[in-house]
Design a protein around this ligand. Structure first.
Ligand code: BJ8
Length: 424
């Protein structure tokens, strides 16, 4: 049978067409069940339905065209990697998704089973030749945020060029100096990869572009404080997930239109859940596409997720990068400082994250917090103890959940979430 245009492209990228076909076939019904079944969704979500409907098609084609005309694609796994350097040099950064159990069996042939699902899913995408975003990228940028990831990157480097940034464990002067040097080295690496120099001007322009997108996400975040909530948590999560690999200016525009619609909704008292629905802040590990499991369970139980204190949430957009600095060295230093404010559980201590969770819960008028951590992720699991203590002191109810990408525990989680909502 003749290949479709997309299949032809995937085949040229070395994708295992048979397995990839199974993955794509599984995604459609899941999306229909979780997303398209929602009532009264904002019209602005139509763009995201379209994107997910062709998740490995149009965007990959754009990246390929870019590569064919000499441009570079830089794949990342973490919000510590300063995307501004890529945009400044004409490279395109894409965040690699790793939110499905489908790619895990391939990874478990190599990695220990007691590794977190995010790491196994990422590695399995490469080993199983399932992800065209990995295949189309010229460089994968990793980081040393956790032991599992940093060792996985060594194995990944056997298949594709990998560059690893060292993230310090502490934010003191020594950690800050180390991180600033890492950011300078990464800048040099991107310059070498693209053959383009980073200047105060092109970096300043890139910062403005990324900040514009961040501002729209901050605006969305504030709109979610309304009761009734104008958008579901699932939809807000999806917008963040997609914007992590889409074009920065297009995302800003899409989000602007969506926010205008949501502002109207708030003005008219219109929402996706009834006024007074229980409001939940989710905090913890990031959720990559298509990991919508927890949000779906919470919202199917009649509550609404009003915010995500995570890297697929506030940590992605809360801090703006410095604008208007004309000295290159100064702007690079300020940019490094901006990224060092990412409240990842890799830091010790990480009091800023605790303050952030409490601040967000209050601003978004959350009735309770659900702390989400992936099984075998020790940093988040252990930090959950501190989160528990801080929230108890602040009088904010908390439910701690540890799970993976499978659906095996869905029934048990549903019972626990229902019981938690009852107590609020
Ligand atoms: S800045 S949260 S995106 S590292 S869940 S792989 S930590 S064992 S994802 Fe993260 Fe950057 Fe931090 Fe954010 Fe390891 Fe834990 Fe797995 Fe994790």
């Amino acid at each position: 049978m003749a290949l479709t245009e997309s299949e032809q492209m995937w085949s040229e990228l070395g994708i295992d067409l048979a397995s990839h076909g199974q993955l794509m076939n599984a995604l459609g019904p899941i999306y229909r069940d979780i997303y398209l079944s929602q009532k009264n969704r904002p019209k602005g979500m139509g763009f995201y339905d379209f994107v997910v409907g062709d998740i490995h098609g149009i965007r990959v084609k754009e990246l390929r065209e870019h590569a064919k005309s000499g441009g570079k694609v830089v794949a990342t796994y973490c919000v510590f990697v300063p995307e501004e350097f890529c945009w400044a040099t004409g490279a395109i950064p894409v965040s690699l998704c790793a939110g499905t159990a489908f790619s895990i069996p391939a990874a478990e042939e190599v990695l220990p089973r007691n590794t977190c699902a995010l790491i196994k899913s990422s590695f399995g995408f490469k080993l199983g030749r399932l992800c065209p975003y990995v295949q189309v990228s010229h460089l994968i940028v990793g980081e040393t945020t956790c032991d599992g990831k940093k060792k996985m990157f060594e194995l990944l480097a056997e298949h594709q060029p990998v560059y690893v940034m060292e993230v310090p464990n502490k934010r003191g002067p020594a950690g800050r100096a180390l991180w600033q040097q890492e950011v300078r080295d990464f800048k040099a690496k991107i310059e070498e990869l693209t053959g383009n120099r980073i200047t105060a001007e092109n970096l300043g322009e890139a910062i403005k572009k990324v900040n514009a997108r961040r501002r729209e996400f901050k605006r969305l975040s504030m709109l979610r404080a309304a009761d009734p909530a104008p958008i579901s948590g699932k939809d807000a999560l999806l917008a963040t997930q997609v914007s992590m690999y889409d074009d920065v200016e297009r995302e800003t525009q899409i989000m602007k239109t969506l926010n205008e619609e949501l502002e109207e909704r708030v003005k008219n008292g219109e929402g996706v859940f009834p006024r007074g629905a229980k409001r939940i802040l989710v905090s913890g590990s990031p959720m990559a596409i298509p990991n919508w499991k927890l949000h779906h369970l919470i919202e199917s139980a009649g509550a609404v997720v009003v915010g995500e204190e995570s890297c697929t949430g506030s940590r992605f957009f809360n801090e703006l990068a410095p604008e208007g600095i004309t000295d290159l060295d100064e702007v690079v230093t300020a940019l490094a400082d901006r990224y060092l404010k990412t409240n990842c559980a890799c830091f010790t201590p990480n009091c800023e994250r605790l303050d952030d969770i409490i601040g967000m819960a209050k601003t978004l008028k959350a009735d309770g917090v659900i702390h989400y951590n992936l099984q075998f992720c020790h940093t988040y699991a252990n930090e959950a103890i501190q989160v528990d203590k801080a929230l108890e002191k602040a009088g904010i109810p908390l439910l701690r959940i540890e799970t993976d990408y499978s659906d095996e525990d869905a029934g048990q989680l549903k019972t626990r979430i229902d019981a938690f909502l009852e107590t609020l």
